[in-house]
Design a protein around this ligand. Structure first.
Ligand SMILES: C[S@@+](CC[C@H](N)C(=O)[O-])C[C@H]1O[C@@H](n2cnc3c(N)ncnc32)[C@H](O)[C@@H]1O
Length: 283
């Protein structure tokens, strides 16, 4: 089959499921990932005849896309802060909002002269600690997650990027004794209420790990409570807490944080104008 014939079939098969710009973007991502084709390759070479391997790979990916599988799980690659991360269904796909969140931490620490100890809670793919380690030499970084499989992915990514991170398996619902007082604690914890499932797209709901997404029923701030509890012993006085947050619960979370030895609370919006991140200083 010629490439332009396949592209027409690809578009026709997906157009009822995804917007056209997304369909085009899938094709570019797949052909770049599998064959290293430039984005213009199929336009400049419409008569290129697909080899058997090319055809098999693209057809298999098309089947997965029709089943709503995220393209990042198909290619096992997601980009975060311009770096390539291995991802599979054991970890949440890193989001652009989290890049903005991390940018805040990096901005605040741009002129620090001393080493700071940083802990990432619920590290998933490891995108947060690895990015911090690559962008800021003065951080000593610890990261924890409850999921052994997520930690395997995070370690693989740390090796890929030659980032030195101390990884720990820990469940923040339990009491944890922690050897290192932290200067900074960061977390993008699960913050979606199970009741929101009916508003979610199948590519998220059916493929991303529910352990990474959902809070317990009727307890949207559950993981924030746990993180605040940990901060009593984990975080030094004067230390800084950064949280990615559910915009719907920003006010309730601010009240909770204020009541728990934190001051100078600041909330920032994401690019969509939603209250998405919070910073607070421990006193
Ligand atoms: C929203 S994901 C964030 C992943 C990654 N930090 C990111 O921003 O892309 C939340 C992470 O918290 C982890 N997690 C869930 N419950 C946990 C618990 N009780 N203790 C520690 N980690 C937990 C999940 O396995 C998941 O990796």
């Amino acid at each position: 089959m010629l490439i332009n014939e396949f592209k027409a079939h690809f578009n026709k098969s997906l157009i009822d499921i995804y917007p056209l710009n997304e369909v085009n973007s899938f094709f570019r991502i797949l052909t770049d990932h599998y064959f290293k084709w430039a984005p213009t390759f199929s336009v400049l070479n419409p008569d290129h005849r697909l080899t058997t391997t090319e055809s098999k790979q693209l057809s298999a990916a098309l089947l997965d896309l029709k089943k709503h599988k995220p393209v990042q799980y198909i290619t096992q690659e997601a980009f975060f802060y311009n770096r390539s991360f291995y991802v599979d269904e054991n970890v949440m796909i890193p989001r652009p909002e989290t890049e903005e969140f991390i940018n805040w931490v990096l901005e605040d620490s741009s002129d620090i002269g001393t080493q700071l100890r940083v802990l990432d809670i619920g590290t998933g793919s490891g995108c947060i600690p690895i990015t911090l380690a690559k962008e800021q030499n003065n951080f000593i970084i610890d990261a924890l997650d409850i999921s052994t499989r997520a930690l395997e992915v995070a370690k693989k990514n740390a090796q890929r990027h030659k980032a030195e991170i101390n990884f720990f398996k820990a469940d923040i619902r339990e009491s944890i004794s922690w050897p290192y007082p932290q200067d900074i604690m960061i977390s993008n914890p699960p913050y979606i209420e199970p009741d929101e499932k009916n508003k979610m797209l199948p590519n998220v709901l059916e493929y991303e790990p529910h352990l990474a997404l959902f809070t317990p029923h009727n307890h949207p701030l559950f993981y924030y409570y746990k993180i605040i509890e940990l901060s009593y012993t984990f975080l030094k006085p004067g230390g800084c807490l950064y949280l990615e947050i559910n915009p719907d619960h920003a006010t309730a979370l601010t009240t909770l944080i204020k009541a728990n030895h934190f001051d100078c609370i600041e909330i920032r919006n994401d690019i969509f104008g939603k209250k998405r991140m919070l910073k607070a200083l421990k006193f």
